[in-house]
Design a protein around this ligand. Sequence first.
Ligand code: ADP
Ligand code: MG
Ligand code: MG
Length: 882
Amino acid sequence: MEVEIVKKYVYGFHEGTTEMKSLLGGKGANLGEMTSIGLPVPSGFTVTTEACNQYYEEGGRLWEELKGEILAHLRNLEEKMGKKLGTSQNPLLVSVRSGSAVSMPGMMDTILNLGLNDISVEGLVSATNNPRFAYDSYRRFIQMFGDVVLEIPKYKFDSILEKKKAEKGIEEDTKLTAEDLQDIIEKYKKVVKKETGLDFPQDAKEQLFMSVEAVFKSWNNPRAKVYRRLNDIPDVLGTAVNIQSMVFGNMGDTSGTGVAFTRDPSTGENKLFGEFLMNAQGEDVVAGIRTPRPIIELKAKMPNAYDKFKEVAELLEAHYKDMQDIEFTIENQELYILQTRNGKRTALAAVNIAVDMYKEGKLSKEEAIMRVDPLQVEQLLHPTFKEKELAQAVVITKGLPASSGAATGKIYFTPEDVVNANNRGEKAILVRTETSPEDIEGMVASEGILTARGGMTSHAAVVARGMGKCCIAGAGDVRIDEQDKTFKVGGKLYKEGEYISLDGNQGVVYEGKIATEESQLTENFLELMKWADALRRLKIRTNADTPRDTKQAIEFGAEGIGLCRTEHMFFEESRIFVMRKMILSRREEERRNALAQLLPMQREDFVEIFRAMGDRPVTIRLLDPPLHEFLPHEEEDIKHLAEKMQVPYRQLLEVVEDLKEMNPMLGHRGCRLAVTYPEIYEMQVQAIIEAAIIVKEEDGIDVIPEIMIPLVGELKELQYNKDIVLRKAREVIEEQGVDLNYLIGTMIEVPRAAITADDIATEAEFFSFGTNDLTQMTFGYSRDDAGKFIKEYKEKNILEKDPFQRIDRKGVGKLMEIAVKLGKEARPDIKLGICGEHGGDPNSIEFCHILGLDYVSCSPYRVPVARLAAAQAAINNKGQSK
Ligand code: ADP
Ligand code: MG
Ligand code: MG
């Protein structure tokens, strides 16, 4: 017997809950949740994200069953409201709102006041006795529908509105009369006819279906795609569509609309923070067309509505256990809630809110830790302006401190110019009247953003905070001339390419460059880190090659060095010549002489690093890159070196050419070098062991160096190299007559090493996953060239994520899993770590936690990120990890 299961594509708000986010989108799920906890939410229903995906499956059309389901829900809504869509008596108006599972502010489309036509607008006039309001709503609807659904350029409508205002000598839309608006409506309709060849659709149901389609389509508009790529949001999620009965903030002076955060999203301070506009609809606030007023002023204007809102805000924050970003509208003194979501915030605010909410007894420590995005934490470690220089700097103007941080760069006026400047290696500040979602790539490429218009919830402000980018918004004195590529403040002119500096914490714009200094790690931050440390299982080490990096990393909480790359020590001015002499030696003796000169330099480095690390473990990797990398490649430079080395140019050129390889990354490098030239590793081992002995004797520090052999793929290869290390180490230790422990291990970065890890582990005392090379060799993507095509792979959904940034759990991760399992079988107490770039990526860190590694190692600035990510991994996988 066949059972036909009919899928449900539409849900009433009363059926939705927060847990249904992936099906109903964040907006729809929260509208549902708010409805069921009894908040004043205008009624409506949600068409699911699955319907959006099905829409694309159907080749981009609404199929009949879906239309039927929508109409059935519409009938329910009409009954409930006692109004009907598109009729001349008491017409129902709705909004059609996008909303995906992951919040993408302003990226997709929404249409308000749907259901108006030439007949129903008259119905609205008589139902409300307010012709001005009715015509204002109709002209808004034509404008939004024209822009979003009919894809008519916005300015065609805007210019009509602007012209009307100029004619009447008024600045604010609210001053337009009913007659003015009727005239505008006629002109708008002509624009529609001219642009589309068709009349503005009068059938309200047709309007509705066209709008639903437009919202589905907006999932794939260019700005939404860019946003998803930047924020790692999968393309397959799709958007839901919310159809909701309208409430009106544009009914006159007892109405208004606004947006507010339950806490300050820049600092985290626990007070209502937001803006509102009287006699306006929602989009007016976000668009920055009129400058909104601070929320506190609402208290004097409409005390009841304000008090009620405050109450709702507190309730929502307590309900969601997180700072909320709430949209509201007041219609004739009556408050309605239109949206809530967890508010975007700066790193500073995130940390302060998490710690404060714990102290207020609203969150547990674990919950507080989960509230902070580990990647965001890195912002806190970055510099602020030097006080001294700041005091002397010339102030240009002040705007709103929309997103904290300090930025210095050259002025550019368009996102394209910023991107180009960025490609040239310049630091650029985007200066713009206001930003829009199309500007997103320019915003990403900028050091900071300055806008002349818009408030704290304008597009620029919201997006910059999300990116952790410094932003000053609404600097009203700034007069921009985009044609001329200049801006003026007072009488003074600033040109493209000149330096300015932005202080996003204060909202002050300065002339010229201002030096920065290391940021202060706040007490709240340190406290949160302490909680994280207590909860995580993974140890956090750092990749550091110099004593300076080492000290920085320790300050940030590193518990050891997971990767000290010795080659970086040879690139220094004073050393590279000796290194080259070593490489270009034709006989072993010559080479040994040069190595003897390198020995004390290398030993000195290790002494300093060991001292800085105290008794923390240090993993040192023996020489890894192909030798060719140390040689000059330009004719000029080769000539110069030949002179200095007193050899004929031709002869040197020959050697340089000789060392060239077709595929250097798969060539003569890593431990393969020492198979040919054992004396190189001998020197390095001698330097390591001698340095450890010096530090032991002089400082009483018990260093246990971990000597790591790179690029091993075969047991005998490891054995050969291990013998070199053992021989030399024993020789030095015997000679000096001291006791010293050390470990010998290997990188797991060649796939063959991973799948023969039981063999390898018989000789290796530790494994460190070199996931950069392991990814390169597993995918067969050259690390240095993959950037070119990975972008395309992501756009075409072949790869969800760059595997060099996040461990590919399925492939590369599988190899790691095999290596861990086999390695432990052969040597149960084997030490396991990771030292690839992935060691600083929160998602990859979670994977390492699950695999049961002992530590992750990352760059110094990532150490706090990793500490937090490791704690989150432990919380997320409670009771599951080994
Ligand atoms: P976005 O995701 O861009 O914020 P929204 O769907 O939230 O888009 O809507 C844009 C604006 O319109 C918001 O300010 C919202 O509060 C307002 N709005 C949406 N639906 C309604 C409605 N039914 N009644 C009144 N205002 C609405
Ligand atoms: Mg919204
Ligand atoms: Mg490697």
